[in-house]
Design a protein around this ligand. Structure first.
Ligand code: CP3
Length: 344
């Protein structure tokens, strides 16, 4: 059930709010000392994701500090391959790793038990909705099939996702099967998050920017459209933000192709182009996270530029990608103050 006080829900329905509501991707994370403390208590990173008690705590930390307009469920996009039994692990200094999958592995993937494995995440969502202030939007999320597939195929992060691109060219049928299977399980997962109390959900396609034109259509837009169509068929009032990082000019048709309510923008999207996209509906973004690290004038002028261009339409103020561990928490406070103080 949504609430009139939830500003992000109003923007997702097309309203323009002055000043715009604000939250930050990766707002719960290593730049906060209280996150590092809970993280150390939880054990491994996946233990943190699957412990409702600790996951609720780290989700609430940035809300207590800054009063953001949205809390984003603390979890990770890679809990889905973990639930698919890909042996996901996060080791210090290595980023995520899992067993790389091949053609035979893809054909052997089993969907039963996946949502049951993710039950602790839904428990986190239920507790969060009960504990959050009524005016705070609760966001659920999942990774887009392309981005999740890149990690499943390589078995780890890579700078350009060459292994997944190569696999897609060599084994088009198995790759299509993997994307569609991930789309179907992700839709089911998002519906479960919504039923547990998420007000809206975001689909993260962090690696959309490495795809050529046809591949963007087939590997990024199409599976995300399949997720959104399925979620909206099951829960017609669901609100969905789609973030295709690095998609550039492909964003021109992304909203229409996917059916997303709002489009996330990374910091490379020119603000004049963002204004065009905003004529068709709400946008979210797009401050360079390095401006939050730099602080001072770099931070203030970046914020003012975005608000000057996009403040008169439906906007959710955010970064163009996740906040980084080296960001100073005081700069985040300055960001929120600047956005909240904005008037045309
Ligand atoms: O606050 C929030 O935004 C919610 C939590 C969240 C995390 N990951 C926590 C996290 C969300 C929404 C994600 C999404 C995610 N995870 C994406 C898509 C968005 C993006 O950033 O591009 C991707 C690609 C992943 C996969 C992933 N998880 C990577 C590549 C890494 C390692 C890089 C890193 O920053 O360490 C993670 C780990 C991770 N996920 C951390 C956090 C807070 C850091 C792990 C730690 O605490 O040791």
């Amino acid at each position: 059930m949504s609430d009139e006080r939830r500003k992000i829900m109003r923007v997702l329905s097309g309203e323009t709010l002055t000043p715009p509501p604000v939250w930050l991707m990766r707002q719960a994370g290593r730049y906060l000392p209280e996150y590092r403390e809970t993280r150390a208590k939880a054990g491994s990173f996946l233990d943190l994701c699957y412990s409702p008690e600790h996951a609720v705590e780290v989700t609430l930390q940035p809300i207590r500090r800054y009063g953001f307009d949205a809390a984003i469920l603390f979890s990770d996009i890679l809990v889905v391959p973990d639930a698919l039994k890909r042996n996901v692990r996060f080791t210090e200094g290595h980023g995520p790793e899992m067993d790389p999958i091949d053609e035979a592995g893809i054909l052997a993937l089993k969907l039963d038990g996946v949502i049951a494995h993710l039950a602790p995440v839904m428990e986190t969502v239920r507790r969060l909705r009960a504990e959050l202030p009524a005016e705070t939007t609760l966001l659920g999320f999942c990774g887009a099939p392309w981005t999740v597939a890149t990690y499943m195929i390589a078995g780890h992060g890579t700078p350009d996702q060459a292994p997944a691109r190569l696999f897609a060219y060599r084994y088009p049928e198995a790759f299509e099967h993997l994307l569609m299977l991930l789309a179907d399980i992700s839709a089911e997962y998002l519906v479960a998050q919504i039923d547990a109390g998420a007000d809206a959900v975001q689909i993260f396609d962090s690696w959309a920017g490495v795809l050529g034109e046809r591949e963007f259509e087939a590997f990024a837009a199409k599976p995300v459209a399949r997720i959104i169509a399925s979620v909206k068929a099951q829960r017609p009032n669901a609100r969905i933000i789609a973030f295709a990082k690095g998609a550039g000019y492909q964003l021109k048709t992304y909203r229409q192709k996917t059916g997303a309510d709002a489009i996330g923008l990374d910091w490379s999207v020119p603000l004049a182009f963002a204004q065009e996209l905003q004529k068709e509906g709400p946008v979210q973004g797009n401050l360079d996270p390095m401006r939050v690290v730099a602080g001072g004038n770099a931070l203030q002028s970046g914020i003012d530029d975005i608000l000057g261009h996009l403040g008169d339409g439906p906007l959710i103020f955010n970064l163009g990608h996740g906040i980084t561990p080296q960001a100073d928490p005081a700069n985040v406070a300055a960001l929120v103050e600047r956005v909240r103080g904005w008037r045309r």
